[in-house]
Design a protein around this ligand. Sequence first.
Ligand SMILES: [Mn+2]
Length: 383
Amino acid sequence: MKLLAVSDLHLGRRQHEFDLIEDQKHALKSIVKICLEKKPDVLLIAGDVYDSALPPRDAVSLLDDFLFELAGLPLSVLMISGNHDSRERLNYGGRIFEGSGIHIAAEAELPVKTVTLSDEYGPVRFTLLPYLRPADIRRFAEDGETVSDTLTKILNSAGEFSGREVILSHQFWLPLSGELVRCDSEPPTVGGLDGLPVSLLDRYCYAALGHIHTPQSVGRSGVRYSGSILKYSASEVHSEKSLPLVSLGKSGLEDIEFIPLEPLRQVRRIKGPLAELCAAAETEGVSEDYIYAVVTDPIPDPDARRRLLFYYPNLMEMKIDLPDNERTEFSSEAVTRKRTISEWFYEFYLMQNGISPEDGFGESGAEVINKAVEAAGGEEALL
Ligand SMILES: [Mn+2]
């Protein structure tokens, strides 16, 4: 059986005011093309399908087109929610799509959803673990259980199975030793559920993971973050995107082939004095690439951005590289301003529970925060 794994599509994402929908459309078309050429039996989509809980119309249409094309191919599609997805919106139509071989698990529920498919060696069971928030873990936990205990219980809710098993997950799984390659387009933490031990996934011959945007395996080759479909931050300039094409044999994982995912536009970082950057562009011609520019002139040209835009219409970001002792004058208030305790709490509550404190506590959300801050001695005492 052949599996193709993708994750972190982030459909509808805007980056530095650029709408990436054309780039995303191109990436999804490439995935369909890879499916036609490589003929996987299953396409695994491991979460963060949309970039936000309320995706823009173009993104919804894009997913609709993608699923429609996939439904016409002789393969099954298994899809879970990520931390960016709205469960209800991703689940929309899911029960009807089952008839076309598209299986979606977006809601946290017990028992966990499974889909069993077969090849010449017998059945393969797929566990579709949707993204679980700390609040879900608390809901399923019994007294005295650790997060690992509760997760094990959730995974075991699939029931006994003696054949080959595969899992899709969007939790933050960590290797038992060594570190993961991180980048700027992932949130630095995922609530209180950071760093789950990857040993909990030992029984799966392949774990298709989402959440980390740089493609990489975790501990062993059969546990793998596919990575995002596009370079969603400057820190990913050198991280080439690829899709793992996984072959399962009689006793489990046999081989992984990496299929490169060519972007519509390249993402590049350029650095140097403005005149040099412009001169280079003069010979190369106007570039449609997404550009992160660093201008190194000691006295920056106030017109630098406009001049670069002439050659690089898709200029994502322009930074001026100043000597360290001059840098502080240019840091804006928005970046350096300390957040208040209320703001920290608001963000933390939203991250933990997926709803705002207003939605959690009703009208009195702000009041609850203020009272808690007061009881602790006020903002000054806490910061
Ligand atoms: Mn993501």
